[in-house]
Design a protein around this ligand. Structure first.
Ligand SMILES: [Zn+2]
Length: 207
């Protein structure tokens, strides 16, 4: 089973992917993870990608595609694609050699997404993640682990989040209709508790 998890930032797809990976042994694939792995393993592609990242540039699609392709060729039980493909161009490329069986769209309102993401905080020293909604530090502004200062990343300010949500819909709505027309789309309410969302995904996938 190869599935694609899709949804705006804050919908919790990373968490759901981790649970599915543990439960079914499907490999959780994000381009970020794959890039990190190939850099750690010092593969030729990894080293090429690192050059771009060191310059603060996005890794060009052709390298990202190749890295995803290599990872997918080693799949045994199944895979969970997370955040890729996010547009028709990437999808067309992927579908040349690969079949996505089901697509799970984790639906969350823009307001909820903004509320969740803008509540994120990080420790400047040990990088521990906090969220003022679910996992506050004991003392305001101070890291429980190392006593470092807790700050909000520029990326997590409301204007930045809104921009990313708009970009998501602009890039991805065609992908969503494509899978909806192919009767492969499953819509799941992402505003439920984590375990309920997981149950609904598993039920809908019929696994
Ligand atoms: Zn810390």
């Amino acid at each position: 089973m190869n599935i694609l998890l899709i949804g705006i930032q804050g919908c919790g797809k990373g968490t759901q992917a981790m649970i599915l990976e543990e439960k079914f042994g499907w490999k959780h694939i994000t381009t970020g993870n794959l890039l990190r792995e190939s850099i750690e393993n010092k593969t030729k592609l990894g080293l090429t990608a690192k050059k771009f990242m060191d310059e603060g540039e996005l890794v060009p699609d052709k390298y990202v595609f190749k890295i995803v392709e290599d990872a997918l060729s080693n799949i045994e039980k199944g895979s969970i694609l997370d955040g890729f493909p996010r547009n028709m161009e990437q999808l067309k490329y992927l579908e040349k050699n690969f079949t996505i069986d089901k697509v799970v769209l984790l639906e969350l309102s823009d307001e909820k997404a903004i509320e969740r993401v803008s509540s994120r905080r990080n420790c400047v020293d040990c990088k521990k993640d906090y969220n003022l909604l679910y996992s506050k530090p004991e003392k305001e502004g101070i890291c429980d682990v190392c006593g470092g200062e807790i700050v909000q990343r520029d990326d997590d300010h409301e204007e930045a989040i809104i921009k990313r949500i708009e970009k998501f819909y602009k890039d991805t709505s065609e992908v969503i209709s494509y899978f909806s027309n192919a009767a492969k789309l499953i819509r799941v309410n992402a505003d439920d508790p984590i375990n309920i969302i997981q149950e609904n995904i598993v039920k809908a996938l019929n696994v």
